[in-house]
Design a protein around this ligand. Sequence first.
Ligand SMILES: C[S@@+](CC[C@H](N)C(=O)[O-])C[C@H]1O[C@@H](n2cnc3c(N)ncnc32)[C@H](O)[C@@H]1O
Length: 352
Amino acid sequence: MNDQHLYYAHTVVGLESILEREIVNAGGSIEEKLPGLIQFRWSAEVFGLFDLGVSEDIFYCLLNMDVSLGKDGLKALEAQVETCKSWEKGLEIFGQLSRRRDKRIRFRVIAQRYGGGQQYVRTVLRDRITNVIARRFPSWKAVADGGNLEFWIWQSKEKVICGLRLSDRTMRHRTYKTNSLSASLRPVVARAMVILTKPTDQDVFLDPMCGAGTLLIERGESGRYRELLGGDLSKQALLATKDNIGPRYKPIRIRQWNACNLPLDSGSVTSVACNLPFGKKIKTKEGLPDLYTRVLGEIRRVIQPYSLTVLLTSERNLLMNLLKKNNKLHIEKVLPVELLGQRAYTVVVRAI
Ligand SMILES: C[S@@+](CC[C@H](N)C(=O)[O-])C[C@H]1O[C@@H](n2cnc3c(N)ncnc32)[C@H](O)[C@@H]1O
């Protein structure tokens, strides 16, 4: 038996297949795929887990079991948490990764539930498991907030997965976001969009409506390129982009522009990714149909034939209808994603 350990990663619901590919490409092997969660085996260097750009959090998997929906299911889970053998290895890996050397472990339990049906509420689940852990490790202190160790429970109907959180908030929020805007993209969604553009080191990558610069930065983080180009109508957005980018990701050009009239030569760009305004937080004078029509026209003009554009919108019908009418942009793939309880769509388009 080789020394492969079981981990799981959280992502945005809808991005599982992209995270799955990232894990496999990095040498991991997939055990189970659930909504927003992928369980996998990993024998490579443990720090490599934090290079998974489409993962929001990484956990060492302590338990993966089915329990009945009744109170006996909760009892069975308690028994497993109390006796399971994987704690030892999980704590060893947690110790290797944590930079802090706290004298005392202060732990908290986070219980997440998707779909109901259980005969006990989520807070009872959390509190009962907290008591079990406190019994198993008498020197540890249970806390409601903060702490230096987190035990997470993911429950969907009968399925329960528990693990030790190995990542901290910088995996989800990254370290570059010093200046955020209200319609700013979640970094893992931006990374997934970048992956869908199939990056190469010859890329001239464009985000015509760059907001706080998330897509540009995630492209910068994803490997070599020739140049990054970004712009936005709003001065505030450009300031945010410049703050977040800092001195990194050269060569890069950031300009104030109207994406309906890009100051770029025809055929000068090799890939585009853009989080289009959804028409909710970001209002536009022209109205979305006119804006989308004109931006698509400009993207088609500046991008080289056969290159890929990846667009994100909640306005699926509007975008699909415009693309269907446009015989120079071919829809390759549509991937729904859940963003703050709202359905959005990642649309991959090839210029022809
Ligand atoms: C949904 S936000 C993009 C968010 C960005 N991806 C991020 O993570 O911060 C859309 C952006 O489009 C910009 N915008 C709206 N109309 C525009 C136009 N005609 N030309 C350029 N930018 C425009 C807005 O100022 C806003 O920053």
